[in-house]
Design a protein around this ligand. Structure first.
Ligand code: BES
Ligand code: MN
Ligand code: ZN
Length: 498
């Protein structure tokens, strides 16, 4: 999809589909007002005969052949009460409008929403949201279906965005397009099945990404080197798999040489059977999504590289399968981590923390400014927060606030959880320094407490995306979260946004 900023009036703009807003009780936005004038009152007249009364949640209506306008169709979306319009309401309406525009078969569209006031949001935000939402709604994943089973691609390829401040809008569109590309990358990697998206596939993806961008380099650490380094915990998870584990190291050097990097660490379990502590069969297919942390950090670095952000980044992805096998780890096994601490594996299904701890220890080599890990770490986080918020843990207040703010700004929200020493007792082990599980209570917190034992030397945050990275049910599929949050965090850190 190609986006451009337009400054024409809505009635004289040539497009397949003009997109206009009305507020509750059929109150017209400025742009709808202009179109109504140009059509000599026909818009209002037709609106009155339609079910569209401007309230939120209503399906948008499409009018064909309105007099006095150049567009073939005029799509009207309801925004509810003008004074109550907030970021969430605007995004929701836009998603509905995007589905309707795409469903109408229009090849081009023009959004005239510049006059719409969204609480605590500016014109930049509206344009960026529009770009991200239209791109996301046009996303299809059907490459694994045979050709005859694929639904036709959306025809919509050109989208105009009306904005008074054209310069800011152009920046917003460029940022939105880059974020949308990062989200798409994360969704596709997530949606690919476990027999295609293997650790090697992730490594190849990283290599190919590095080839496309001048300031990006990839290095893949193989099992033999991990062994030499002493990554006994990571390697213990890979023992039961026939697929070679990979530790992917991507370095992006858009910032000043010598400026400390932001490190992003993503859990890359390309399939999680649970290992010998085998998961139940129901919905086990969803464990192909257990590499969505990896996918999101790969998506985020792609955003940075596409926008040539002036920032240094290190992306680490420990990638492996978690399989049961004659050689697999057993409950009670004790492993030595890269940090030298010993861990009793009481449950082989708590494998994410076992690969992340070694990656976090390795991250310290890059003398990072901050480290953020992203992982589909615990079912307990889904129980706690559901599908709406990513769980956030941090050992630094400012870093926590930055990530929370980035989530709020993008609608890709996170919610802070505690890292209190009281929870530490749950990880006690009779035989090793500590255990890899902490019992039924506060499972998402004890997982974070486990990671915290490896992050004493730097400012660190942990994002548990088990509830937010994919959708279940009929719309099953990867969401691309938290790429928008991470991208916003990086844009702000790079000083590109205020
Ligand atoms: N990948 C899972 C977490 C998960 C489970 C995400 C369900 C989304 C839905 C992780 O490796 C895991 O299995 N965690 C265990 C930990 C437990 C054994 C302490 C869990 O959450 O059940
Ligand atoms: Mn598991
Ligand atoms: Zn897992």
């Amino acid at each position: 999809m190609k986006f451009s900023v337009i400054s024409e009036s809505p009635a004289s703009h040539r497009t397949d589909c003009l997109l206009l807003a009305v507020y509750g009780s059929r109150a017209l936005s400025d742009e709808a007002e202009a179109v109504d004038k140009a059509s000599r009152g026909q818009l209002v007249e037709w609106l009155k005969r339609s079910p569209m009364d401007g309230s939120t949640g209503q399906p948008p209506v499409i009018f064909y052949g309105l007099r006095g306008v150049r567009a073939h169709r005029v799509l009207v979306v309801g925004l509810g009460a003008r004074s109550k319009l907030d970021a969430g309401g605007f995004a929701k309406a836009l998603r509905k409008a995007a589905d309707a525009v795409i469903g109408s078969g229009a090849a081009s569209a023009a959004l005239f929403l510049d006059s719409v006031a969204v609480a605590e949001r500016d014109g930049y935000w509206k344009v960026r949201q529009a770009v991200e939402i239209l791109s996301a709604q046009a996303y299809r994943f059907d490459e694994m279906k045979s050709k005859s089973q694929r639904t036709p691609r959306p025809k919509l390829t050109r989208v105009g965005l009306a904005a008074a401040d054209a310069e800011r809008a152009r920046a917003a569109a460029a940022h939105g397009e880059a974020v949308a590309a990062g989200v798409e990358t994360a969704r596709t990697l997530g949606n690919l099945p476990g027999n295609v998206c293997t650790p090697s596939h992730l490594a190849e993806h990283a290599r190919a990404l590095a080839k496309r961008h001048a300031r990006l380099t990839a290095r893949i650490i193989e099992a033999a080197e991990m062994k030499r380094l002493g990554m006994g915990s990571f390697l213990s998870v890979a023992r039961g798999s026939r697929e070679a584990p990979k530790l992917i190291v991507l370095r992006y050097t858009g910032g000043k040489s010598g400026a400390k990097p932001v490190a992003l660490v993503g859990k890359g379990v390309t399939f999680d059977t649970g290992g010998v502590s085998l998961k139940p069969a129901a919905a086990m297919d969803e464990m192909k999504f257990d590499m969505c942390g990896a996918a999101s950090v790969l998506g985020a670095v792609e955003v940075a590289a596409r926008l040539k952000l002036p920032i240094n980044l290190v992306v680490l992805v420990p990638a492996t399968e978690n399989m049961p096998d004659g050689n697999a780890s057993k409950p009670g096994d004790i492993v030595t981590t890269l940090a030298g601490k010993t861990v009793e594996i009481l449950n082989t299904d708590a494998e994410g923390r076992l690969i992340l701890c070694d990656a976090l220890t390795y991250a310290a080599r890059f003398e990072p400014e901050v480290v953020v890990d992203v992982a589909t770490l615990t079912g307990a986080c889904v129980v706690a927060l559901g599908a709406h918020a990513t769980g956030l843990w941090a050992n630094d207040e400012r870093l926590a606030d930055e990530l929370l703010a980035a989530g709020t700004a993008t609608g890709d929200r996170a919610w802070r959880m505690p890292l209190w020493s009281e929870y530490d007792e749950q990880l006690r082990s009779n035989f090793a320094d500590f255990a890899n599980v902490g019992g039924r209570e506060a499972g998402a917190v004890t997982a974070a407490m486990f990671l915290a034992r490896f992050t004493g030397d730097f400012r660190w945050a942990h994002l548990d995306i088990a509830g937010t990275a994919w959708k279940q049910g009929k719309a099953k599929g990867a969401t691309g979260r938290p790429v928008p949050l991470l991208a916003e965090f990086l844009l702000r850190r790079a000083g590109v946004l205020d």
